[in-house]
Ligand binder design. Structure first.
Ligand code: C2E
Ligand code: MG
Ligand code: MG
Length: 713
């Protein structure tokens, strides 16, 4: 959906910004804090080191000045011994390593280090004191960390000697190291605190964005029923506000899209797409919660004729009223009707009280109901449909056929469930409409088998899979063979030999009867041509013709031509038409039958006694044989009434001057009763069952070789 794509894209954007921003903020804050702390620490260290250095210089010059001040009076007065004592005291200072005076002649006059006393009154070779004495200026140098300083002791132009002081700066160096250590530790501490704070600050800044991201992710996942609250009083807050506005707009446009996509425009009930989706959810939920529900598949009976007779506008109005009635019936049953936009979805569907009415298309509707209320609802709908509907001044009486399939008993998936409810609806239609049928798996399997067979028939014709079996007919008087009836069989490559009941109705539905009839016709004529020359008795070969075949002019022409071309003795071919075919309207059929008789065929009325015969019409039809249906003869010999009925029909046939074939004779009793009446032939298992042509040829040879008294009857 494009809307969701927009939300997705927004989510991605915010997520990116979030991760990028969070990282960047932490980095920037961290770097800033580290730089500031570093700079402050550096300045601080520099200042403190400067101070230490100044203090060191101050101390050095303080010692130098002090030594100068105390030594000058003693030097002037030449009191070296007392000066020595004072120097000793000065030497006691921890930072004074050495202290001595060299007179202008280069002789050491005062030496602080009296322990060795070696240099006292000796000529000094100290370069530093010499340089100070020569230049008259203070000289200094650093030797192995020791600060050495020499100062000429001048009063006016008079040089009293040079004072040299060796100063140990160790105390100040320790101070410098302390400055570094404390500042470094403080720096690390500040940087750590800074980084920690920067993380917290950036997390705080990013948090509203995170919330926004999560909201967009939820929205992209389809959750549009949310609002995000951010009160940062900045751009993020306005972004959140825009986001909420967008969600409201999305909600309403999705609602509109739903209405357009899932509501049937004509009736206002949900359409097929919505139903399929809901049904899938409901089925998933039902499976996991082990619940059951039913699906009703409804189809208006004869809706097409409403459209044809009154126009599509009236048809549409009828559908609207029908949908209203369905809704009303559901509500009257105490169920809650779910619609497009209903808050409840598959996951919280209430199996005991929720129902759905949907239009699949055309005049097909579906209702989803709790199985326990299904029967009540079906009866209510059938009942309410008895009341006529008023559409634009017209009073329309229409009924509905309903198929019911239960989940999970009749189908494990919603797709199959709908299909099976549809199959059941067709069962209801076949049962006479205005009724309902519960899905029957066995019937469905049969129907599928029939469908598969129907699909195979055309190929079977092309592949010459239809064969004829011949069932002998006999003279009742002496049991001699009088002929045979050709009965079609399908030599199915997988299912074996199939009887005509299995495929003739399907072939009729597919308009293929004449094609099968042609094969039967060819094979029967071929069998007659093959058998007749080798026998010395006349035989009749009967074949069955359906009304479809007779109605097909080309078929009849073909038949006429082939019978003529076969050049068989007149009366060899007998065409059997059922009583009902004989009664069917149409002078064309009568004319065709007459033309067929003209080429020497006989005409038999088959299955006589089970159809509706109009004796007047029958009399007008030139036929030669009446074949009494098996059902009329079944009880003969055991039931007097059956015998009376048979006797009456035989008397009537006699009046009509027709030969009679008693069909389906299975017992000697039936045959012996028949022998008392004017019935010329019989056919039935007692005589022989239908058999392939090759078997028939062998069987016939054996029969004709036997004397009449040895025959079966
Ligand atoms: P039908 O023409 O009345 O054929 C007689 C049916 O009765 C045959 O069934 C036969 O097998 C059966 N039958 C014969 N004797 C007995 C008996 O003693 N007991 C019992 N229970 N049944 C017996 P089949 O072959 O199943 O044919 C059924 C029907 O199919 C035929 O009834 C006929 O109406 C139709 N049919 C068969 N072949 C053709 C054909 O080539 N074309 C057309 N249009 N219909 C055919
Ligand atoms: Mg027949
Ligand atoms: Mg029959």
């Amino acid at each position: 959906m494009p809307m969701l794509a927009v939300v997705n894209a927004l989510g991605d954007g915010v997520r990116l910004a979030k991760s990028g921003l969070g990282r960047r903020l932490s980095f920037v804050f961290g770097a800033l804090i580290s730089t500031i702390v570093g700079a402050v620490i550096l300045i601080n260290v520099q200042t403190q080191l400067q101070l230490v250095h100044e203090r060191q210089e101050l101390r050095l010059f303080h010692l130098l000045d002090m030594a100068t001040e105390v030594s000058l009076p003693y030097l002037i007065e030449g009191r070296a011994a007392e000066l020595d004592i004072i120097f000793e005291e000065l030497r006691g200072q921890p930072d004074v390593l050495d202290l001595f005076i060299v007179d202008p002649d280069g002789v050491t006059v005062v030496e602080s280090d009296e322990e060795d006393g070696l240099d006292f009154l000796k000529t000094s070779d100290d370069i530093l004191t010499r340089a100070a004495s020569e230049t008259g200026e203070i000289q200094r140098r650093t030797f192995e960390r020791v600060q050495q300083i020499a100062k000429p002791l001048l009063i006016g132009n008079v040089n009293y000697g040079t004072l040299r002081l060796d100063f140990d700066p160790e105390g100040f160096q320790a101070d410098s190291e302390k400055v570094w250590t404390t500042n470094l530790l403080a720096g690390i501490l500040f940087v750590l605190v800074g980084l920690f704070t920067s993380n917290i600050v950036s997390a705080r800044l990013v948090r509203p964005l995170n919330r926004l991201t999560r909201a967009t992710e939820r929205a992209a996942g389809g959750d549009l029923d949310q609002t995000i609250s951010v009160s940062t009083n900045d751009e993020i807050e306005s972004l959140a506000t825009s986001f909420n506005t967008m969600l409201i707009a999305l909600r309403s446009s999705i609602q509109e899209i739903h209405e357009v996509a899932y509501k049937d425009k004509l009736t206002g009930v949900p359409n097929r797409a919505w139903l399929s989706h809901q049904l899938e959810q409901i089925a998933i939920e039902a499976s996991s919660r082990q619940e059951a529900f039913s699906v009703l598949f409804l189809d208006l009976d004869d809706f097409k004729s409403v459209n044809d007779n009154h126009g599509h506008h009236v048809g549409d109005m009828l559908l609207v009223l029908f949908a209203d009635r369905l809704r009303k019936c559901v509500l009257d049953t105490g169920l809650v009707l779910l619609n497009v936009g209903s808050v409840r979805s598959g996951s919280n569907y209430r199996f005991e009280s929720d129902a759905v009415v949907a239009r699949l298309g055309g005049d097909e509707f579906t209702i989803v109901v709790p199985t326990s209320l299904c029967h009540v609802l079906v009866e209510r709908i059938i009942d309410i449909m008895q009341e006529p509907l008023r559409v634009e001044g017209l009073t329309l009486r229409t009924t509905t056929s309903i198929g019911v399939a239960n989940f999970p008993d009749h189908a494990p998936s919603c797709e199959l469930l709908l299909k099976h409810a549809d199959v059941a609806m067709y069962q209801a239609k076949r049962a006479g409409r205005n009724t309902f049928a519960l899905y029957d798996g066995d019937q469905h399997r049969l129907a599928i088998e029939r469908q598969e067979l129907a699909a195979d028939i055309r190929d079977a014709i092309d592949m010459d899979q239809f064969v004829i079996f011949l069932q002998p007919q006999f003279y009742i008087s002496d049991g001699m063979v009088s002929g045979a009836e050709a009965l079609v069989r399908w030599n199915h490559p997988v299912r074996g030999i199939l009887g005509p009941d299995m495929f003739l109705p399907l072939a009729a539905g597919a308009g293929l009867l004449p094609d099968i009839g042609r094969l039967v016709m060819r094979k029967t004529l071929a069998a007659a041509q093959r058998i007749l020359p080798s026998v010395d008795v006349p035989l009749t070969f009967a074949m069955n013709l359906s009304v479809d075949e007779l109605a097909d002019e080309k078929f009849v022409e073909d038949l006429l031509w082939r019978i003529d071309a076969a050049n068989l003795p007149a009366g060899t071919i007998e065409l059997e038409i059922t009583e009902n075919t004989a009664m069917s309207d149409g002078s064309a059929i009568t004319q065709r039958l007459e033309r067929l008789r003209l080429v020497g065929t006989r005409l038999a009325i088959d299955d006589f006694g089970v159809g509706y015969s109009n004796l007047g019409r029958l009399k007008g039809l030139a036929f030669d044989t009446l074949k009494l249906d098996r059902s009329l003869l079944q009880d003969v010999g055991e039931d007097e009434e059956a015998e009376d009925l048979m006797a009456t029909i035989l008397a009537m046939a006699q009046v009509m001057k027709a030969d009679v074939v008693a069909e389906g004779i299975e017992t000697e009793t039936q045959l012996s009763v028949l022998g008392k009446y004017p019935c010329k032939y019989f056919q039935g298992y007692l005589g022989a069952r239908p058999m392939p042509v090759d078997h028939f040829v062998v069987w016939l040879d054996q029969q004709l070789a036997q004397a009449p008294q040895d025959k079966v009857c």
